[in-house]
Design a protein around this ligand. Structure first.
Ligand SMILES: NC(=O)c1ccc[n+]([C@@H]2O[C@H](COP(=O)([O-])OP(=O)(O)OC[C@H]3O[C@@H](n4cnc5c(N)ncnc54)[C@H](OP(=O)(O)O)[C@@H]3O)[C@@H](O)[C@H]2O)c1
Length: 306
């Protein structure tokens, strides 16, 4: 497969029973997963084999023989999901055909498959207004304003019937640096930002939880964010207070934002009760989103990031 590569490390002191294979190996979340697993001394491989190529996927699974696949591959669009509006077949090939194919191949080989999915399949509605209850895993998607979100919502409906699949719904992920894919980096660079409370995924808090869930063989759908919701202005104010003194920004309304976007954007709060309760069983606590941001920005400050 042209351009596809695989790499592996065998961390010191790993427990031989678990063998992780990260799909979408060159991606942003994939890189964080690899660093995390290596830091935990786990045996981890990455691959860039295209998910939709069934023979190549099966051959890769048979070659590496992982116990756990972590699927962090997906078509996210560049510079953003607007790209998917004009490239629908390519988006379907990855986010629908590819994602299902990889889950199916893992099922056939008896491999646990964790899918890094999205919670951007909801928008606030009458039953889930701003400040009200969040969307639960069982609530049907109600946002199809972007083709990207539409593919992700549809594929989840099928994927959740695979007995080997764990589906983790990330939203607006944040890293402890100013990587261009981090939500914080994005909103600090926009000319103007909206100000709406949202559920966010602080990767440093959530990715260790993903490993725990996968290692314990958990399956099904989980809202995969910090508890609570935080608005853009709250994030930026914390960023200014802790990371970059004097930082200023401008707001605009959702209506004004819609004029500069090709596709719609999801704004919602997810209910994290299922995730928090499950991780607590394994002795792992996920901090509330405001506290999570405070800690994230303190880590950035300590690392000299401005
Ligand atoms: N970042 C976010 O805001 C966010 C939010 C919620 C959920 N997620 C989901 O989390 C996952 C990882 O996101 P990310 O931010 O790490 O994205 P990313 O940096 O764009 O990484 C995705 C990787 O997947 C690869 N890929 C795409 N289609 C593929 C296919 N058919 N077969 C194999 N590899 C393929 C891409 O390779 P090429 O570039 O070569 O295609 C890229 O290396 C995605 O599924 C994304 O939808 C992301």
């Amino acid at each position: 497969m042209t351009g596809a590569s695989t790499s592996g490390t065998n961390g010191a002191g790993h427990v031989a029973s678990h063998r992780f294979l990260i799909w979408g190996g060159d991606g942003w979340v994939a890189g964080h997963l690899k660093t995390l697993l290596e830091g935990q001394g786990k045996e981890v491989f990455t691959t860039t084999i295209r998910m939709e190529n069934r023979e190549s996927v099966l051959a890769e699974l048979d070659r590496i023989r992982p116990t756990h696949v972590l699927n962090a591959a997906g078509c996210t669009g560049r510079p953003n999901v607007d790209w998917c509006e004009d490239n629908k077949e390519t988006t379907i090939r990855s986010n629908v055909v590819g994602t299902l194919n990889l889950a199916d191949c893992c099922f056939l080989r008896g491999i646990h498959c964790t899918v890094f999915a999205t919670g951007c399949i909801y928008q606030y509605d009458e039953a889930h207004p701003i400040g009200g209850p969040g969307f639960r895993e069982t609530d049907p998607a109600n946002f199809a304003g972007s083709f990207y979100s539409m593919t992700k919502a549809h594929v989840e409906e099928i994927l959740k019937h695979y007995a080997n699949c764990l589906i983790l719904r990330l939203r607006m992920p944040v890293s402890d640096d100013l990587h261009p894919r981090s939500f914080v980096t994005k909103i600090t660079r926009y000319e103007r930002v909206v100000d709406v409370p949202n559920s966010n995924t602080v990767l440093a808090d959530l990715l260790p939880g993903a490993v725990l869930l996968a290692e314990h063989g958990e399956t099904g759908v989980y809202n995969f964010t910090n508890p609570g919701a935080i608005s853009h202005n709250e994030v930026l104010a914390l960023f200014r207070d802790i990371v970059r003194p004097g930082f200023m920004w401008s707001n605009f309304s959702l209506e004004e934002q819609a004029k500069v976007l090709k596709a719609g954007r999801s704004n919602c709060k997810l209910d994290t009760t299922k995730l928090v309760d499950k991780l607590r069983e394994y002795g792992y606590e996920v901090p509330e989103v405001h506290e999570a941001y405070r800690r994230c920005f303190e880590r950035m400050k300590a690392a000299g990031i401005q």
